[in-house]
Design a binder for this molecule. Structure first.
Ligand code: NAD
Length: 243
């Protein structure tokens, strides 16, 4: 199995993509520490729940995962929040939330995980950015800016830490069928199933991504099959790039 004996920490583990990543890593032999606000429904080797807006929680998390699992080989910075609306509709609270979860938390987690991985000869970090982190979509400047920052962090760390055997890459999905997307439709008064049907028609492959289709790419980037990839931003979009 690709991840036999590997030790992984996954954030946002109770969310759509997170649950798929955790289940698929464990099915391939990994021992996984999960974190979310409440990950009690997710089967894992260690549950380390907390709020990623809490800086000291983030600073300590990789160390706690390494302690629970006997080391740390893989970090998946997957948790995220989306804030909608143009800049004039964006509050200070929106800014603090979005930059806190999408940028500051992965920054702190990478900063704490890299020395642990370096001590044991290397590791892999996979960040979940977005296709909007590569090219902006309309009317979500705060989310786009946060995902672009995460994409840039990925490129920087991919270059800076390759010499330590640490590979840092990002997956950049377009629309994925998860609570994040569905709750957005609900908030705007649309039926999520009908809205997703309409979105499916806009994707050349015929459907928006299911969480497992993104998790497959995250696992690839975390695996030895991606052993020569550092700082890559991998768009996963069913043939529907953001233009
Ligand atoms: P999701 O809402 O199902 O999962 C996100 C998880 O992050 C949730 O379980 C949530 O509790 C957790 N989280 C958020 N804030 C937190 C905090 N302060 N502390 C601890 N945990 C917190 O969404 P998803 O679609 O599975 O998103 C996973 C990642 O994929 C995100 O980074 C998202 O931006 C990215 N993404 C999603 C889509 C999409 O269309 N769904 C597209 C591109 C990128």
């Amino acid at each position: 199995m690709r991840f036999d004996g590997k030790r992984a920490l996954v954030t946002g583990a109770a969310g759509g993509i997170g649950q798929a990543v955790v289940a698929m890593l464990r099915a391939e032999g990994a021992h996984v520490a999960v974190t979310d606000r409440d990950s009690s429904s997710v089967a894992a080797e260690a549950h380390l729940d907390g709020d990623l807006l809490d800086g000291s929680f983030c600073d300590g998390l990789p160390g706690r995962a390494a302690e629970a699992l006997g080391g740390l080989d893989i970090l998946c910075n997957n948790a995220g929040v989306i804030t909608r609306g143009d800049i004039t509709e964006t509050s200070d609270a929106d800014y603090a939330l979005t930059m806190g979860v999408n940028v500051e938390a992965p920054f702190r987690l990478c900063r704490a995980a890299i020395p642990l991985m370096a001590e044991t000869g290397g590791g892999a970090i996979v960040n979940t950015s977005s296709c909007w982190g590569v090219r902006p979509g309309p009317n979500h400047p705060l989310y786009v800016m946060s995902k672009a920052a995460l994409a840039s962090l990925t490129q920087c760390l991919g270059r800076d830490h390759a010499h330590q055997g640490i590979r840092v890459n990002a997956v950049c999905p377009n629309e994925v069928n998860t609570p994040m997307l569905r709750s957005g439709f609900e908030k705007r008064g649309f039926d999520p199933d009908r809205a997703i049907e309409e979105l499916n028609a806009s994707v050349p492959l015929g459907h928006i991504a299911e969480p497992e289709e993104i998790a497959d790419v995250i696992l690839f980037l975390a695996s030895d099959a991606a052993r020569y990839m550092c700082g890559a931003l991998v768009e996963v979009n069913g043939g529907k790039p953001v233009i």
